[in-house]
Design a protein around this ligand. Structure first.
Ligand code: F6R
Length: 298
């Protein structure tokens, strides 16, 4: 896991948008996994700005959303399809046929969920999965106790999640009790994951995700098993991390690597003070989003 701590929520959004944009520039036909909720809103705003002002093109991008409430139609203002249209898709040059949000009105969920998984596979798998985290440590709607191998399916929401999401509805009774959600196993198959968390209310979930044991009680902790996860936090969300100074040290080393300042890291020098080689970039290759092949903080 690579943990990056930014000064505030805006800086998190800008960095996340840059990572998504780099992914699309590197591979215009990228398959993105997308999340809803308050956390990714700033990232989506920045991506829309990049589309409008910098010409970033989504014309060949395919997207799969993590989840949808059961019982809400795509035109319901609280449905996740509606959220995605209003906050992102309507402002991009994306092909509507390539945007997938689970159907909250499917007649047969078992076969629908199988189809959703199949569509992800047919699209070539998810290149970059954007994630938020619930206060109870959920990713997508994989509530505590969800199997860490789970696939897309129906899930009953916890009272904590119902309470958290009541702010978007007329009251907690209005929040649907069930959601259709990608499973933890589905998410772990993405090639890269980018988990965002902002605000003090997420600090405990972040601590458990990054530094706690891998447990189905905190489904985000399963990301510790993934080989390429970037956790992007603001200061308050990072507030309970025990090893935050070490994570910041890793980032400083990463910056030196990316800017070719290898001698500052002791690369190309010997312990007796001598040096060998010309200090050229042998320490790792920059892959466009701050990850090097040999040093990624993971
Ligand atoms: C939404 C989703 C959820 C949210 C999480 C955090 O598609 O999958 O896991 O990411 O509940 O929600 P916010 O960002 O509103 O705090």
């Amino acid at each position: 896991m690579r943990v990056i701590i930014e000064r505030d929520a805006d800086a998190v959004s800008l960095r996340a948008a840059r990572i998504v944009a780099d992914q699309i520039r590197r591979k215009p036909s990228s398959v993105l996994g997308l999340a809803t909720g308050g956390t990714p809103l700033g990232t989506y705003r920045e991506l829309v700005r990049m589309r409008q002002e910098e010409g970033l093109s989504f014309s060949r991008v395919t997207t799969f959303n993590l989840d949808e409430y059961v019982g809400l139609s795509p035109s319901h203002p609280q449905s996740y399809r509606y959220f995605m249209q209003r906050n992102l898709f309507d402002h991009l040059d994306i092909d509507p046929m390539r945007t997938h949000v689970p159907d909250g009105l499917a007649a047969d969920y078992e076969s629908y969920c199988r189809q959703y998984e199949q569509r992800i596979e047919d699209a070539g798998g998810i290149d970059l999965q954007l994630l938020g985290v619930g206060r109870d440590g959920h990713i997508a709607f994989n509530e505590p106790g969800s199997s860490l191998g789970s696939r897309t399916r129906l899930k009953t929401l916890t009272s904590e999640t119902l309470g958290d999401n009541a702010r978007f509805f007329a009251g907690q009774e209005q929040v649907p009790r069930l959601a259709v959600t990608m499973g933890v196993g589905t998410i772990l198959e993405s090639r890269r994951c980018l988990l965002l968390a902002v605000g003090e209310s997420k600090a405990e979930a972040v601590r458990a995700t990054v530094e706690g044991p891998v447990t189905s009680q905190v489904t985000a902790s399963a990301l510790q098993l993934h080989r390429e996860v970037l956790v992007l936090l603001d200061e308050p969300a990072a507030g309970r991390l025990q090893r935050r100074e070490y994570y910041q040290e890793v980032e400083r080393a990463q910056t030196l690597l990316e800017t070719g300042q290898l001698r500052a890291l002791g690369i190309g020098t010997t312990l007796d003070g001598g040096s060998h080689g010309d200090g050229s970039r042998t320490g790792g290759s920059h892959n466009g989003d701050g990850a090097s092949s040999t040093h990624r903080g993971d």
